[in-house]
Design a protein around this ligand. Sequence first.
Ligand code: ATP
Ligand code: MG
Length: 233
Amino acid sequence: MKLLKVTDLHVSYGAITAVKGVSFHVNEGEIVTLIGANGAGKTTVMHAISGLLKPASGTIEFLKKNISTTAPHKIIAQGLVQVPEGRRIFAKMTVKENLSMGAYLKKAKANDYQEIYSLFPRLHERRRQLAGTLSGGEQQMLAIGRALMSKPKMLLLDEPSMGLAPILVKEIFRIIKECNNAGVTILLVEQNANMALSIADRAYVLETGLVALEGSAEDLIANDDVKKAYLGA
Ligand SMILES: Nc1ncnc2c1ncn2[C@@H]1O[C@H](COP(=O)(O)OP(=O)(O)OP(=O)(O)O)[C@@H](O)[C@H]1O
Ligand SMILES: [Mg+2]
């Protein structure tokens, strides 16, 4: 079943059209990754899906409903939750308070925290610490954990490995895979194309606001153009 279906999406910033007719879909249970150079339009696509940017044209369907003009909080309530680029945790709140905010309209139960802590033991150790004092990797874990508190059907992850040491990159990707195994569908934006393709089912390559290439992760890893441009081979 197509959980998310984006058709002929155009998004502009004033006179600049950053996304120029992008179409793709994500099936229920999949990990799909968007790959592309700086400025290709990946974050713009993510923001249009989560409702932070209004498309100039095109449709975005989630669970077969057009959400392209739906308010961000209503999109979250339907189970589609974005973990933004740059994390945006609440620095002056503790780790646990940040998680409680993620529960959104529902009140968080002890069990909800336990599920997050079992995925991220580090957050359990740090649960009373102010989030602003966490390391970069810990903040990323918290941002993902906070998103999971609302029990989403689908997560939008924008550059979850940005700025992390290699060992933490591995850890974050392991956790993304684990969330997916637990039933969460994932749309992942990454510059670390190697890692992204290693856990993804399918991928789309964005170039200057258009889909240049799409295919199974396996096929794209083997593609010479992709190797040259994105895999550092
Ligand atoms: N607020 C804005 N106003 C004007 N132009 C913008 C704005 N935000 C993004 N753009 C432009 O839109 C294009 C796509 O940007 P976007 O952030 O979606 O790229 P990206 O693929 O996420 O890049 P990166 O890998 O660097 O995060 C870029 O050319 C960028 O300069
Ligand atoms: Mg971006």
